[in-house]
Design a binder for this molecule. Structure first.
Ligand SMILES: [Zn+2]
Length: 80
């Protein structure tokens, strides 16, 4: 898929989330997402929300600090 230009809506969502968390990163709680889901690759919980929307609206992208791999998580997935 070709990269697309961010829309004003993207910016508004990003700005609002960053403002809420105060870290410049989206706050998982603002999107009803777990803060540190287990990494599917190494099982570690040193993970952080990278983007509240991934390749589809139904997934969020996380980053694993342990194995340094990005992974996507379905938003309605049960458990941490
Ligand atoms: Zn990992």
């Amino acid at each position: 898929m070709a990269p697309r230009r961010p829309t004003d809506l993207d910016r508004a969502v990003d700005d609002a989330a960053a403002a809420r968390s105060g870290t410049g990163r989206a706050d998982p709680a603002a999107f009803g997402l777990p803060a540190r889901p287990a990494c599917p690759f190494c099982g570690g919980e040193e993970t952080e929300l990278y983007a509240p929307f991934g390749s589809a609206l139904s997934v969020a992208t996380y980053w694993c600090l342990r194995c340094r791999t990005a992974f996507e998580r379905f938003k309605w997935q049960a458990g941490g």
